[in-house]
Design a protein around this ligand. Structure first.
Ligand SMILES: Nc1ncnc2c1ncn2[C@@H]1O[C@H](COP(=O)(O)OP(=O)(O)O)[C@@H](O)[C@H]1O
Ligand SMILES: [Mg+2]
Length: 210
């Protein structure tokens, strides 16, 4: 994975809203710790004080899709500089709920932002840091919609993206799957229509093989 053997691994979780990323992030971190890996768990947009304030804007406020893309990458610049890069340099593992694949999927696939612009920002902001492994929680939008509606009925307020149409979610999912096809060595696609325990078993196998 890297020339520097002491560098930690960078693992990202991706998938449409309601796919199960937040459900499984704690389990994944514990599984890694049980195998002796120091783990930093974080999320995007967010992960830093400035990033969390940008998250509030991004998930709550309608805006031009280019503005959204720029703010996502602004939060990411902060996240890489303050959290992700220092953790990897210490030898910690980083487990991140969403990263740049989400920008390709949501702003690119969902909103149609020009891929050349996303690629340029990615080059600028990443500075050579890329995930070693990306777990893509995959399921049809109709299934995630049902889960989100149940969560909403139980009192959870849905954010801007969770309220988007199923057609939007279909474009996001297609963009994620296209990225997974383009980089099969980095991605593991997990069928998230299955019960939580079944998904968990597969995640344990993925982590144990790292
Ligand atoms: N495998 C599953 N089967 C049934 N419901 C699930 C499953 N995984 C997650 N859920 C439920 O679906 C909802 C969305 O899950 P969540 O982990 O918040 O998704 P994400 O973080 O990917 O948006 C939650 O209410 C969660 O309890
Ligand atoms: Mg989540």
């Amino acid at each position: 994975m890297t020339a520097n053997a002491t560098r930690g691994r960078f693992v990202t979780l991706e998938g449409i809203d309601g796919a199960g990323k937040s459900t499984h992030v704690g389990f994944l971190a514990e599984r890694m710790r049980a195998r002796g890996r120091p783990v930093v768990t974080t999320r995007e947009p967010g992960g830093t004080p400035a990033g969390e304030r940008l998250r509030e804007l991004l998930l709550g406020e309608p805006m031009h899709h280019d503005t959204e893309t720029l703010l996502v990458f602004a939060a990411r610049r902060e996240h890489l500089a303050r959290v992700i890069s220092p953790a990897l340099a210490r030898g910690d593992w980083v487990l991140c709920d969403r990263f740049t694949d989400a920008t390709w999927a949501y702003q690119g696939g969902g909103h149609g932002v020009d891929s050349a612009r996303i690629a340029e920002l990615e080059r600028w902001v990443h500075g050579g840091v890329h995930p070693d492994l990306t777990i893509l929680f995959d399921l049809p939008p109709a299934v995630s919609r049902g889960r989100l509606e149940r969560a909403a009925a139980n009192g959870r307020t849905l954010d801007k993206f969770e309220r988007e149409s199923d057609d939007f979610a279909r474009r996001v999912r297609a963009a994620y799957l296209e990225r997974a096809r383009a980089e099969p060595a980095r991605f593991r696609i997990v069928d998230s229509t299955r019960p939580v325990e079944t998904v968990r078993d597969e995640l344990a196998r993925i982590v144990d093989a790292l």
